[in-house]
Design a protein around this ligand. Structure first.
Ligand SMILES: Cc1cc2nc3c(=O)[nH]c(=O)nc-3n(C[C@H](O)[C@H](O)[C@H](O)COP(=O)(O)OP(=O)(O)OC[C@H]3O[C@@H](n4cnc5c(N)ncnc54)[C@H](O)[C@@H]3O)c2cc1C
Length: 444
């Protein structure tokens, strides 16, 4: 019987971040990952400032900065799209991370598997870190299900069955989570009226800025990666994917050439539909992340709409916070399972808020009508010009803090312009930024 202090099911970005944090606390941790080879599907690649702060604490920020691409601004364009397909700019809004008074006032793009590799290599430097790959978690073999106390579990690895024992089990296995089912957590699911197509293709060396283009009926996003590549997303209606595939690759590449002529000779380097991935957005929420001696993190606990680029960040931040809590529990000998609930107290509220923010960001682009684009333009303009609204938006999506939206914000959005032309807010403010006591209340 193999015995560990903490077993993590799933070596995705969330599970690995948690494992690195535990290894740094000298906790005997085992990560079970079923996929032998790096994942081929596209996943999150945009790191928000809060994730960067966690990676600094975990000692890998230099490597991440060296191998990622910085995005201090998301340039947002509202476009006029004529019947013949010609497009022209009708409004430009820069969403600026430098509104934030934080150590990393920018997002960073990094290939998903590269990030996982950096975390894994660092964790492997610690003797207390163990990694079984390929190995799949099957089921618990000894558990008091009423109390959600799980003792032993069965893992298959290279055709063999191995029984393991642990103090704590953490489900970090993504959307199809076995641990979530063991905790009897039913998901509340939100579906959307649109799908996305996504692919990475080459870019010119001087194409370095993130851009989002939206007309009344189209949406594309372009996010430069390091190594002269750019990750793109295109919003489509359900059913469009099959139609586009029948009509030919030009149905995908042509809108990019129209909205961003600088990439015309690059997007056409995509050779087949096999490179392009269909992404069906969905949102899942559950009531509890922790029960007994088990917890779930990342996509296992919450799936969010990808519009605001939060999914991967929620997984990283869950991993870092839970790692700190479990590390503290082992450091201080306070191993009572009730202490695990503190993870849920810190993280659930934050994940729910960002899930809602991602949901509303998605709704902003959900209907293909000119009047709907008009409403979005109005809201975006107010958001950019009013210092408090702009700060709140960047603060909230960055993860470094949370400033709740209030009825006064409705007045800021809808009220007369003199309300936002006045410089009423000091941009050096640290208002609503999380402090250590918010992130790690147990440390106090
Ligand atoms: C196309 C796409 C685009 C996205 N874009 C963004 C974005 O721009 N920004 C963003 O922040 N997020 C984005 N996301 C979301 C982001 O990728 C996820 O939220 C993030 O990967 C979740 O991390 P995780 O560690 O919780 O789960 P995962 O990354 O899903 O990792 C789970 C791991 O568990 C393993 N596993 C599963 N079951 C078992 C088992 N029984 N035994 C052992 N191992 C198991 C899996 O093989 C996998 O490696 C995107 C997702 C997709 C699919």
């Amino acid at each position: 019987m193999e015995k560990y202090e903490v077993v993590i099911i799933g070596g995705g970005v969330g599970g690995l971040t948690l494992a690195l944090s535990l290894a740094r606390h000298n906790v005997k941790v085992l990560v079970i990952e079923k996929d032998k080879n790096p994942g081929k599907i596209y996943k999150g690649e945009l790191l928000q400032p809060k994730s960067l702060l966690h990676f600094k604490e975990l000692g890998i920020i230099d490597e991440i900065i060296k191998t990622s691409h910085e995005l201090p601004v998301i340039h947002t364009y509202e476009m006029k799209e004529a019947k013949d397909g010609t497009v022209s700019e009708s409004m430009y809004i820069p969403l600026q991370y430098n509104k934030l008074h934080t150590e990393f006032p920018a997002a960073r793009m990094i290939p998903h598997e590269r990030l996982k590799n950096i975390i894994l290599r660092e964790a492997e430097k610690h003797d207390s870190f163990h990694y079984w790959n390929p190995a799949a978690f099957q089921r618990f073999t000894d558990a008091d299900e009423k109390k959600s106390l799980f003792h032993r579990a069965l893992v298959t690895s290279r055709g063999e069955e191995v029984e393991i024992e642990a103090d704590f089990y953490i489900g970090a296995e993504g959307r199809a989570s076995i641990i979530r089912k063991a905790l009897n957590q039913n998901q509340v699911t939100t579906q959307y009226n649109h799908h996305f197509l996504t692919v990475t293709f080459p870019r010119p060396a001087d194409y370095t800025e993130a851009k989002m283009y939206a007309s009344h009926k189209s949406f594309i996003g372009l996010f430069p990666l390091p190594d002269n590549e750019v990750r793109c997303v295109m919003l489509i209606k359900p059913g469009d994917y099959n139609r586009m595939k029948k009509e030919g690759l030009h149905t995908f590449t042509e809108p990019f050439s129209r909205f961003e002529p600088a990439l015309k000779d690059y997007v056409t380097q995509i050779e087949s539909w096999k490179e392009i991935q269909l992404m069906i957005p969905v949102r899942h929420n559950i009531h509890e992340y922790v029960k007994g001696n088990a917890a779930i993190i990342g996509d296992a606990a919450h799936t969010v709409h990808p519009m605001a680029g939060e999914g991967m960040n929620l997984a990283v931040q869950d991993g870092a916070i839970l790692g700190d809590l479990l590390g503290w529990m082992y450091d201080t000998g306070k191993l009572d399972t009730a202490n695990l609930k503190m993870f849920e107290k810190v993280r659930k509220k934050r994940a729910d808020r960002l899930s809602l923010l991602s949901h509303f960001s998605a709704l902003g682009y959900a209907w293909p009508f000119r009047w709907y684009q008009g409403g979005r333009k109005f809201a975006l303009k107010r958001l950019e010009r009013h210092p408090i609204l702009h700060y709140k938006h960047m603060l909230n999506i960055s993860g470094v803090g949370w400033w709740a939206y209030t009825p006064m914000d409705v007045i800021r959005f809808l009220g007369p312009p003199f309300l936002y032309l006045k410089p009423v807010f000091d941009r050096r403010s640290k208002r609503a930024i999380f402090k250590d006591k918010d992130d790690y209340p147990w440390r106090a």
